[in-house]
Design a protein around this ligand. Structure first.
Ligand code: AMP
Ligand code: ZN
Length: 117
């Protein structure tokens, strides 16, 4: 089993509720949903965060974003609207160091998404 939990999910070695899959990406439901629809889209290849992925494979990053929209369509939130979030690094509160797009929708979300300081 890979040390990285999202690599393990990508390899089918850890359980996840999969929504969509392509040759280079997987989408699965967040285990601790913050909205009625909360799906994570990852590249199967391990990259630390969206900055690292953008530096080495912008095409794969575009695939992740295209899948985020495909997830929104599959979950029926594309018309009402949704949010795509890449937490990146410490100040953003990134907890899993394998790049993932959060796709959130199904309710009206506040702005800003963090409590005022
Ligand atoms: P972040 O804080 O942006 O790194 O988000 C990591 C997200 O991954 C959190 O929303 C977690 O609930 C979610 N998560 C962690 N482990 C799993 C897992 N095994 N399956 C599904 N979601 C997970
Ligand atoms: Zn990984």
């Amino acid at each position: 089993m890979p040390e990285c939990v999202f690599c393990a999910i990508a390899a089918g070695e850890a359980a996840a509720t999969r929504v969509l899959e392509t040759a280079r990406t997987v989408a699965f439901r967040d285990i601790n949903p913050q909205a009625p629809s909360h799906v994570l889209v990852i590249p199967k290849a391990h990259h630390r965060d969206v900055a690292a992925l953008a530096e080495v494979d912008g095409g794969l990053l575009a695939e992740v974003l295209a899948q985020a929209h495909a997830v929104a369509q599959a979950d029926g939130i594309a018309r009402t609207g949704y949010r795509v979030v890449f937490n990146t690094g410490n100040h953003a509160g990134q907890t899993v160091p394998h790049v993932h797009a959060h796709v959130l929708g199904g309710k009206r979300m506040g702005w800003p998404p963090w409590p005022p300081a």
